[in-house]
Design a binder for this molecule. Structure first.
Ligand code: ADP
Ligand code: MG
Length: 346
């Protein structure tokens, strides 16, 4: 009653909310190097040694649909997306704790299937699952994974480190996970209309797999070490290239130019976008959940990435007053805006 003002979550969005919450918690301990606002928080543990911590929450009906998500893949994905946040700091994930909220709709075997996926991911990324929490749920399955990682202070890459003239790079290809989701949703509708129909997913295997079972680009982080390369800034692509580039630019107080013809897209993503009458560029910019890495490097490091098969140079960093723009294939300079996932808008 003392506070009649009511702000709807949809007015400020997820990132607006996080910015507001951040005000409540200025870091108290001098050990905290990075608090709210990056892919993981960073604390100093010993001379030169740092620890990363990050968590992700996956909710049924928001992040996954059990109609087409095998539990094993879901388990794998819930670990991979967390490992990805540590990779995005140029760190190494070491262990996780896992919280699950369950209804009695799940059998013991079903839960074991979920955990088999987590086990596979733990093996793939050489990490340990060391604990968690289990509770009941009245509204679907919830999975919360917290990951701890380690690294060296001078190697950590933050969203805030991009410098004017740095090159902007991205790993792998973009938009595939989003198009995979469109295919899965379409097949679900077909199935609901006629349960005798078999899903037509065979020729969409790559993009469907990118949606259901993404990988963290730990391989690229390892190759940075081999190449003697340290990105000046880095983030993983969970919400879409546009949204993540804007995060780097905001945190680094810079602008950016990227080029449509440099953006990596798999032919299957391109063709499927066309099939769905979607603009492949929009899909590359705004499709989420690819878990590729977006990073910047000094121009003097160009030779190190030039022949890397999994790295594309897509543009360069400009001053903040030049804004964040994309040169389209038609030679138009268009502002980049974030249309990433906003869970509070539907
Ligand atoms: P990512 O997409 O890399 O997982 P998020 O956009 O979820 O990152 O989060 C950005 C930052 O905000 C991170 O530092 C994260 O720890 C912090 N954050 C997100 N949600 C909350 C919350 N409810 N309370 C405090 N910090 C949060
Ligand atoms: Mg992230």
């Amino acid at each position: 009653m003392n506070n009649p003002k009511r702000t709807e979550l949809s007015e400020i969005g997820e990132f607006g909310l996080i910015d507001r919450l951040k005000e409540f918690f200025p870091a108290k301990s001098s050990k905290i190097i990075k608090s709210i606002g990056d892919d993981a928080a960073v604390t100093k543990t010993a001379e030169n040694a740092i620890q990363f911590i990050s968590m992700d929450l996956l909710m049924e009906g928001v992040h996954f649909d059990l109609a087409y998500t095998p539990l094993k893949h879901l388990g794998y994905k819930s670990v991979a997306v967390n490992v990805s946040d540590i990779a995005a700091m140029n760190g190494t994930a070491s262990h996780i704790v896992v919280g699950i909220a369950l209804s009695n709709r799940f059998s013991v075997e079903a839960i074991e299937e979920l955990y088999m996926g987590m086990k596979l991911a733990c093996e793939a990324y050489s990490i340990d699952l060391v604990g968690g929490d289990t509770t009941s749920s009245r509204s679907g399955l919830g999975i919360s994974v917290t990951v701890v990682g380690e690294g060296r202070e001078e190697e950590a890459a933050y969203r805030s480190g991009a410098q004017i003239n740095d090159l902007i790079c991205v790993t792998g290809d973009l938009g595939a996970a989003f198009m995979g989701l469109q295919v899965l949703e379409r097949e679900k509708q077909v199935y609901l209309a006629n349960p005798d129909m078999q899903p037509e997913l065979l020729d969409k295997e790559y993009i469907v797999q990118r949606q259901l079972r993404p990988e963290a680009r730990v391989d690229v982080i390892k190759s940075f070490k081999t190449l003697g390369l340290k990105p000046s800034a880095m983030i993983d692509i969970s919400d879409g290239l546009a949204s993540e580039l804007l995060h780097i630019c905001k945190e680094s107080n810079v602008g950016a130019y990227i080029y449509e013809d440099k953006l990596p897209i798999d032919p299957m993503t391109f063709d499927t976008a066309r099939e769905f009458e979607l603009d492949p560029l929009t899909v590359m910019l705004n499709g989420g959940e690819d878990y590729e890495l977006l990073f910047t490097i000094a121009q003097s490091d160009y030779e190190k990435v030039r022949n890397h098969p999994d790295i594309s140079v897509i543009g360069y960093i400009k001053s903040a007053d030049e804004g964040v723009h994309i040169y389209t294939k038609g030679d138009h300079l268009v502002p980049v805006t974030a249309q990433g996932w906003n869970h509070f808008k539907s």
